[in-house]
Design a protein around this ligand. Structure first.
Ligand SMILES: *[C@@H]1O[C@H](CO)[C@@H](O)[C@H](O)[C@H]1NC(C)=O
Ligand SMILES: *[C@@H]1O[C@H](CO)[C@@H](O)[C@H](O)[C@H]1NC(C)=O
Ligand SMILES: *[C@@H]1O[C@H](CO)[C@@H](O)[C@H](O)[C@H]1NC(C)=O
Length: 343
């Protein structure tokens, strides 16, 4: 099984176009003194990107001349004089830390997975977000991470990476083999949260398929992408292995064709996985990929594209790759910018 999936990953690079950053034109949208645009969203009018950043705010990009403006905040008692402009992770429980964000394309509300304040929502004009849920099955969320929304039902699928460790202690979750992460769903009509699956090792990105028949979930600590089928009135869910990744997978974003970009965190020297060699160094082939920071899969799990960081600093620590309007946008949980690449 292992051999077979490696083989599939290795053989596909022969036929897909590889986006190598150094040979592409790209632009960096520099943030105003903050870092960590972990996830990106575009609103109902196609404006954005919007990003959640280190000081707990959600910022909106308003094109080249006006830059970033504040759109929303998450923490209920956020002290602006302490928080605004902060890059100090110790302050996150006070200031908030919005991670996964996405607009519901029907209501135009922005849903937010804040690492410290759970599942939240804010209207199309922004402001202070409202908390929708902070626990499930009697257990508080500890590290709400990413979400996606079924536009037909409004159901929000989201992840809580750990019930023990907060975002600032993410490394402990990986180091201790913590398996307390959960896949959850919020029903906006019943206004409650159901645990779909628990016992996950650092569940992270989540993305629905085009027709909402399944979702993909990145189980970061095991380097696996799991597929959960959603059709019918299900009360139990059994994941299938969709792909194995050479580095820690982070957010997953579907594009207009229903294919999935899965970002991988290179975090060189920090939490680099030892599986990197399996992808990069055992094979000195012409299509040799040195530094994959994003891999695009079709619905069957075939690799159809790769974004290669070319071992430069620009795409070090990519947390999200999102294809929108002919561009690739990349987020990062540590860098002070968003990268926009002509696709
Ligand atoms: C971060 O904030 C904490 C709490 O206010 C403070 O003790 C610490 O010195 C700050 N760290 C940095 C690097 O500013
Ligand atoms: C959610 O609410 C519905 C309707 O009020 C109820 O039937 C269901 O049991 C609730 N589920 C949970 C997990 O609380
Ligand atoms: C949805 O798409 C999946 C493949 O992605 C396919 O197997 C399934 O039949 C589709 N379902 C509907 C209702 O179209």
């Amino acid at each position: 099984m292992k051999l077979l999936s490696s083989f599939i990953i290795f053989i596909f690079p022969l036929v897909f176009p590889c986006v190598i950053l150094s040979s592409k034109s790209y632009q960096q949208l520099q943030l105003p003194g903050v870092v960590g645009p972990e996830s990106l969203a575009f609103d109902c009018n196609g404006e954005g990107p919007y990003v959640g950043v280190s000081d707990g705010r959600i910022l909106k990009w308003k094109a080249a001349n006006s830059g970033w403006t504040e759109f929303a905040t998450t923490a209920p008692h956020r002290a602006r004089e302490i928080c605004d402009g902060s890059t100090n992770t110790t302050l996150e429980p006070l200031c908030g830390r919005p991670l996964g964000i996405k607009f519901n394309p029907v209501t135009c509300d922005l849903y937010i997975a804040d690492a410290y304040f759970g599942l939240m929502v804010v209207g199309p004009n922004g402001g202070q977000a409202q908390q929708l849920a902070s626990s499930a099955g009697g257990i508080p969320f500890r590290f709400t991470n990413d979400l996606d929304i079924d536009p037909n039902t409004g159901i929000v699928y989201f992840t809580d990476s750990s019930i023990y460790f907060q975002r600032r202690q993410y490394f402990m979750s990986i180091a201790t083999g913590d398996r307390s992460g959960r896949l959850l769903k919020y029903d906006p009509l019943k206004k409650n949260v159901t645990v779909m699956y628990n016992g996950l090792s650092f569940p992270n990105g989540v993305a629905l398929s085009n027709n909402n028949s399944f979702l993909l979930l990145a189980e970061s600590a095991t380097l696996k992408i799991l597929r959960f089928w959603l059709q019918g009135e299900r009360t139990t869910y059994t994941p299938q292995l969709f792909a194995e990744m050479p580095r820690f997978p982070d957010n997953i974003k579907s594009d207009s064709k229903g294919e999935f970009w899965i970002a991988m965190n290179s975090a060189r020297g920090k939490i680099e996985s030892n599986k990197k060699t399996a992808f990069c160094e055992e094979t000195a082939k012409p299509w040799f990929l040195r530094d994959p920071v994003g891999v695009k899969f079709d619905v069957n799990g075939n690799v159809v594209d790769v974004l290669d960081g070319n071992e430069g600093n620009t795409l070090n620590s990519v947390s999200e790759v999102q294809e929108y309007g002919g561009y690739l946008y990349t987020g990062s949980s540590v860098q002070p910018y968003v990268v926009v690449i002509k696709a």
